[in-house]
Design a protein around this ligand. Structure first.
Ligand code: NAD
Length: 425
């Protein structure tokens, strides 16, 4: 008997949750006897919606919507970031939490999947307002988070300072300093060396290994990166350091190109000092259309969901797409890229460097014993390379895309845990 869909998510085929459901449908035929549990993957274990009222500096009171979704906790506590963005919806948070389930299982990290978000434009708040928003949100979701329940981390528009406020608020509420309640914290508060760079480093490792398997070298490869946050700037920086030529960059303000290669370090410094990427002297500003038409060997979408659409997939000129962002490629675009022999390293592997070092941070917090940056980068490299090898082997065995292969590995692990635990009561 098929189970009806969820009444509390809109039935919009373009939505991230519907996109995720289509990905699950693709993996279902490959799950063998575990297929009987597949419905588990099509719903969230728990979704909390909260009201966040704050005192504004001008004396008024403003209300914001906040969410925390725990998609699946069969393999361990929930793990996943918190996003502050005006477009956050329950649907998006649920999809992101489900992708965390898949990502954590694909990397074999002992976590379930979770994600949180607040529907707010943080740039429109003062620092004091942002702190009050963060603290109230943390208190409201405090019922379901905790070092052994669900561990938030940074995502779009959240950073180590926000994690510090979350950690402090949770600690005040429970009456003890609980560093392990969030990851991505400042080093002085139990954060891990290498965490800030980890997502970008993982994207670079995924690109390097896949390019090698496809028979080309990173050195000399032409790279285009969409999204130039602190995190993704690191990937661009590592590509350049390995001899790749970063020819195109885009952020929320616009796009730039330089056929001779962009000096990424100089561009990062320029943006860090408050400059606009589009006004950076070492590159020329171009239109959105021109950005998507740049010829490259490696394209890294590292901003938001739904960027590589059907129309863009038909015209994009690249050999390898490495998904730095979560959900940047629509399922229809995925099929077109597949038909055009453009390889896609899926988000659940490509951007898993962040959660992997978050896992290291959580382990270090528990043991109060901290590792060197070299140890962290070595362990990250080993876990990412092994996970990628397993995904490539599964894709060859089942004759499916790397995305479906990653889903086969991950969903098999999640549903095997589900079956072993059995249903309560
Ligand atoms: P961020 O806020 O640091 O950076 C986002 C970047 O995207 C910025 O450069 C911004 O200017 C750009 N951007 C925003 N809207 C854009 C648009 N419409 N067009 C082009 N560029 C745009 O965020 P982040 O943490 O780097 O997250 C980016 C993506 O990576 C998200 O999908 C997130 O879920 C994913 N991710 C983040 C982490 C992490 O550790 N932070 C880990 C895994 C995945």
């Amino acid at each position: 008997m098929s189970t009806p869909g969820l009444s509390y998510v809109p039935n919009n085929p373009q939505s991230p949750w519907q996109m995720y459901l289509q990905q699950v449908d693709r993996v279902a035929p490959h799950l063998g006897h575990l297929q009987r549990w597949v419905e588990t993957l099509k719903r969230c274990k728990r979704v909390l919606a909260v009201d966040i009222p704050i005192n504004k500096d001008d004396g008024t009171v403003a209300h914001f919507e906040g969410f925390r979704a725990q998609h699946n906790l069969s393999r361990g506590p929930g793990k996943g970031g918190v996003r502050f963005h005006p477009d956050v919806t329950i649907d998006e948070v649920m999809a992101l939490s489900a992708w965390m389930t898949v990502k954590n299982a694909a990397l074999n990290l002992p976590y379930g999947g979770a994600k949180g978000g607040v529907r707010v434009d943080p740039k429109a708040l003062t620092r004091g307002e942002l702190e009050r928003l963060t603290r109230r949100y943390t208190s409201e979701i405090g019922l379901i988070i905790g070092p052994d329940k669900d561990i938030p981390a940074p995502d779009v528009n959240t950073n180590d300072q926000i994690m510090a406020w979350m950690m402090d608020t949770y600690s005040m509420n429970v009456g003890a300093t609980a560093t392990g309640v969030v990851t991505g914290k400042p080093i002085a508060l139990g954060g891990s060396l290498g965490r800030r760079e980890a997502t970008g480093r993982g994207v670079y490792i995924a690109a390097r290994e896949t390019a090698r398997a496809m028979g080309f070298d990173i050195s000399g490869a032409r790279v285009v990166v969409q999204g130039f946050g602190n995190v993704r700037g690191i990937a661009a920086k590592l590509f350049r350091a390995a001899g790749a030529v970063v020819v195109g960059l885009q952020d929320a303000n616009g796009s730039v190109v330089n056929e001779a290669g962009i000096d990424v370090d100089a561009a990062l410094d320029y943006v860090a000092l408050g400059g606009k990427l589009t006004e950076f002297k070492g590159a020329t500003q171009i239109t959105e259309g021109e950005f998507w038409a740049i010829k490259s060997d490696i394209f890294v979408p590292a901003a938001l969901e739904n960027q590589l659409t059907e129309a863009r997939a038909k015209t994009i000129s690249t050999r390898l797409v490495v998904e730095g962002a979560n959900g940047p490629t629509t399922p229809a675009a995925d099929d077109i890229l597949h038909d055009r022999n453009i390889i896609v390293v899926p988000d659940v592997i490509a951007n898993a460097g962040g959660v992997t070092v978050s896992y290291f941070e959580w382990v270090q917090d528990f043991s109060s014993f901290f590792w060197t940056e070299a140890e962290i980068n070595d362990r990250l490299e080993r876990i990412m390379v092994e996970a990628l090898k397993a995904v490539v082997a599964a894709s060859e065995k089942h004759k499916v895309s790397l995305r479906t292969a990653a889903f086969i590995i991950a969903c098999t692990r999640v549903l095997a845990a589900r079956e072993l635990r059995g249903l309560y009561p």
